[in-house]
Design a protein around this ligand. Sequence first.
Ligand SMILES: [Mn+2]
Length: 322
Amino acid sequence: MQRPLVISHTRPDCDAYGSLIALRSILRALGRDPQILAFNPIPRTYSFLERFEFIPVWGRDAGSDALAGTDGVIITDTCSYSQLEPLAEWLTSTTAPKVAVDHHATRDVPVDAAVIDDGAAAACLLIHEWAKLMEWPVDDDAARALFLGIATDTGWFCHSNTDARAFAAVAELTARGIRPNEYHVMVLQSDTAARVRLLGEALHSLELFCQERLAVMTLDAATFQRIDARTSETENVINEPLRIRSVIVSVLLIEQPDGPVRVSFRSKAPIEGYVSADVDVSAIAARFGGGGHRRASGARIEGTLADVRRRVVERVSEELED
Ligand SMILES: [Mn+2]
């Protein structure tokens, strides 16, 4: 691959943007001419990413012409057509070899080579380990991007995917001069007022089921309009009900003006003598045509908000009553 195209999932998170940024600089240092493409512009909640070199966006900065010289495709932080929609058709027809770098359990894109490990906390962790193994040069920008991907995908080193591997990687990256607190401020203390109001609306909608073990929040399209919030500003809202001692599963339903209801799932990992249930939310999401991780997953479900909500509550309740 001399001119690989590097892509990641739609509605990119910091792990997706971070892996694009890191792969671009690593590939360049290896003498290649990579082209990275994000499927959505950087949302205002991630404006700190503008401190990095420009990230071109499909449909805005690049179109089909851009695919012409591509002699390979690197897909990172996903490997599922449903998350690669804008190029899904092209991916099925191109003869360019494909490489996946992914830490998700669900996959349906056939690839020629893969760095896949669903035990890795982040795609950025896999890139860090891969580069280290191959002794590829990682410049300061790549290091910062990798740190961001790992820090955010582990929920700032709190989620159940946080492990020695993740800490070892961030220890090495931090030793290069990264100041974690600066990123904490940029990522977690840089919300718009609308986003915090959105959190308030979500909490206001909170309902508990199954002896308060299931938390369900709903955000309808009118709410987004009323408080001038965007659907890209819902990140982490779903984690808030997990503060409740009894809650094992948290569900957030988001009504999109046109299109299916977006449903996210989170579950607490079992802790001996403290959290008894072990709910695999990727399996629940898969039942609705979605996917993800055991503790964090999502699906897009056709139907009205009320109808989707009823079906989801029914399905998760079955799981919790087992
Ligand atoms: Mn990820």
